[in-house]
Design a protein around this ligand. Structure first.
Ligand code: SF4
Ligand code: SF4
Length: 205
């Protein structure tokens, strides 16, 4: 048998008499390192519901569901820790920079995955004519503020703004059957706006 070297013997003795290097978790709470990349969490105040985090997630750990019921729409974003790589792409690509952040939470063992999921909901803006999803209301408001006066070049943003300052009335947003040129500035999806433009030029639909 090969004899142990002196250096290895010293190392073994030192280890035997020294305190364990590992933490005593779960007897005492473990404090992760400052830059630890744990479970991503949404921030109700700063997430605007754009869906960029859902699009960039490489492991499809984020679900985005648009639900429409009784003429009202809501967008639900759900983070699934079981699929997450903790890569940080969602945080890095968040348009507000703060809507989703990797927390220092590491203890995410579960019996029911729903107990550890993080979710956030947003109101959706729907086309007043055909009911198609235009986007999250908070996202459009965020874009309008970001663009400043440039927002007045986009019909939906104009109608959002007039709604926010309570200038628009229900009558201005109502439709009488088909779209016509007066509907160009209403809250309509790109498809219905195109039809309104075509009707304006007297072309075929
Ligand atoms: S940390 Fe990476 S894998 Fe996890 S949700 Fe964000 S983008 Fe997806
Ligand atoms: S604001 Fe950020 S966190 Fe919210 S949906 Fe967009 S990318 Fe995701």
């Amino acid at each position: 048998m090969k004899k142990p070297k002196i250096r290895e013997l010293c190392e073994a003795l030192r280890s035997f008499f020294s305190r364990p290097f590992t933490t005593t978790f779960p007897l005492t709470a473990h404090e992760p390192a400052k830059k630890f990349r744990g479970k991503p969490e949404y921030n109700e105040d700063t997430c605007v519901g754009c869906g960029a985090c859902f699009q960039v997630c490489p492991s499809k750990a984020i679900d985005m569901v648009d639900e429409i019921k009784d003429g009202l729409g809501r967008r639900i974003l759900i983070h699934h820790p079981k699929d997450c790589l903790f890569c940080g792409e969602c945080e890095r690509n968040c348009i507000t920079g703060d809507g989703i952040k990797l927390s220092r939470i590491f203890d995410i063992a579960y019996f029911d995955e729903k107990d550890v999921q993080d979710r956030i909901e947003h109101e959706l803006l729907l086309c007043k004519h055909c009911g198609q999803v235009i986007g999250a209301v908070k996202h459009l408001t965020w874009i309008r503020k970001k663009l400043g006066n440039l927002a007045f070049s986009q019909p939906v943003l104009i109608s959002r703004f007039t709604g926010e300052i309570r200038l628009a009335t229900g009558a201005e947003e109502s439709f009488s059957g088909e779209t016509d040129r007066t509907d160009i500035l209403k809250t309509v999806c790109p498809g219905c706006r195109r039809l309104a433009f075509i009707s304006d030029e007297g072309g075929e639909r």
